[in-house]
Write a protein that binds this ligand. Structure first.
Ligand SMILES: NC(=O)C1=CN([C@@H]2O[C@H](COP(=O)(O)OP(=O)(O)OC[C@H]3O[C@@H](n4cnc5c(N)ncnc54)[C@H](OP(=O)(O)O)[C@@H]3O)[C@@H](O)[C@H]2O)C=CC1
Ligand SMILES: O=C(O)C1=N[C@H](C(=O)O)C[C@H](O)C1
Length: 268
């Protein structure tokens, strides 16, 4: 039997970076072959085992290309700017690039595309099975209801999160729009404040709560006259995102270069 696929984790010291390192180490289907931090980070040059108590023998590096060259997959939960750089390097290394990063602008999403001509890219605002199922349910419910039902996506996250609406909220909003046969960009309503006027019929609204250590909570509210439907997902453990990302990294091994998402990985 050949060697297990080697995985590199970027943003190794981050909340998700550390969770991903633990998930790869715990997996019997993959090997941890690298951990990348930003240039000058105080983890660079140190053994992961000494830093985290797992990953002994893996020396943290700030040389992403050197690390990627030894890997079959890169799992990347960092920032849009860093992910754009890592996409080019993953393409050079022909490594599957699993992107969990959120908060991309439309221009940044466009800029990710060229790298996918050379390597598999799997990107999702949420890598958990539960949220991807909820996304499908959202599309189905939106398909069944007309514009008399107001759609609102409400999300809550910890106080360190830097982007809003969350990547998951946008996924859910896109699914609702698709179900209704409209374009989210033309119907998105977020950040209400002051004299906003009455709700625009057909809008898809977004509200973001930030506080404490909330891992991630998402409601899709369909509000009609005299009744409401609420679809809800509550994450209590970041391990769900990390395990989904490892699954995506392994799934990508025999796929042609291109852009994929978690629906492809999960077969939903
Ligand atoms: N798709 C999904 O399922 C999920 C997505 N996310 C998303 O993942 C991203 C990260 O979240 P989280 O872990 O909470 O955030 P953190 O801020 O804890 O981690 C981000 C890490 O990226 C590192 N980083 C930034 N720039 C670079 C660079 N150029 N090179 C190397 N490392 C870099 C940061 O390092 P430094 O501290 O030195 O800046 C930090 O360690 C967010 O966009 C979040 O929304 C989160 C959970 C699930
Ligand atoms: O930043 C986070 O923490 C999370 N980000 C993702 C998002 O933007 O939806 C996924 C999850 O909700 C946690």
């Amino acid at each position: 039997m050949g060697e297990l696929p080697g995985i590199v984790i970027t943003g190794a010291s981050g909340r998700m970076g550390q969770m991903l390192i633990r998930s790869v180490v715990a997996s019997d289907k993959a090997r941890l072959v690298g951990a990348v931090v930003r240039a000058g980070h105080d983890w660079a040059g140190r053994d992961l085992g000494a830093l985290m108590g797992v990953g002994h023998g893996v020396v943290v590096t700030d040389d992403a290309l050197e690390a990627f060259a030894k890997a079959q997959a890169v799992i990347d939960f960092t920032t849009p700017e860093a992910t754009l750089e890592f996409a080019e390097l993953a393409a050079q290394a022909r490594a599957t690039h699993v992107i969990g990063t959120t908060g991309f602008t439309d221009a940044q999403l466009e800029a990710l595309k060229p790298a996918a001509f050379h390597a598999v890219q799997v990107r999702a605002g949420n890598m958990s099975l539960g949220v991807n199922l909820l996304t499908q349910l959202t599309k189905k419910v939106a398909q069944a209801l007309d514009e008399d039902w107001d759609i609102e996506v409400i999300e809550a996250h910890h106080n360190r999160k830097v982007d809003a609406p969350s990547g998951t909220a946008l996924m859910l909003g896109e699914a609702a729009a698709e179900g209704r046969g409209i374009t989210l960009a033309d119907h998105k309503e977020s950040g209400r404040d002051g004299i906003t006027g009455a709700r625009e019929k057909g809008a898809i609204g977004f509200s973001a709560i930030r506080g404490g250590d909330i891992v991630g909570e998402h409601d899709v509210l369909f509000a009609g006259m005299g009744e409401r439907i609420v679809l809800r997902h509550i994450a209590t453990d970041r391990g769900i995102f990390a395990r989904g990302a490892v699954k995506a990294a392994l799934w990508g091994q025999d796929k042609e270069p291109g852009q994929y998402d978690m629906m492809d990985v999960l077969g939903l």
